[in-house]
Unconditional design. Structure first.
Length: 87
């Protein structure tokens, strides 16, 4: 079960939110929780996409700086061997 959080809304916003919640078959609490969860998930997805693009763009630089495969069992691009094979 989640923790309780209190928020303050002006009367017009609260009334509009309650109406939207009602149309969706939700309580105001459920509606607000769904909005927050959707926003968090969208932000997380955008961050992960950006991180993946960054890593893809700088893979060669990372490989050069690190100098070895940091993922056991992952095939080395140049030799075709895995870090386990080398051990």
């Amino acid at each position: 079960m989640g923790k309780q959080t209190n928020i303050r809304l002006d009367d017009a916003i609260k009334a509009a939110a309650e109406e939207r919640a009602k149309r969706r078959g939700l309580s105001l609490q459920g509606y607000v929780a769904d909005l927050i969860e959707a926003d968090v998930n969208q932000t997380r997805a955008a961050f992960m996409a950006g991180a993946a693009a960054f890593l893809a763009a700088y893979t060669d630089e990372f490989d050069e700086a690190v100098g070895e495969d940091r993922y056991p069992g992952h095939a080395d691009k140049q030799t075709g061997t895995t870090s386990r094979d080398a051990a």
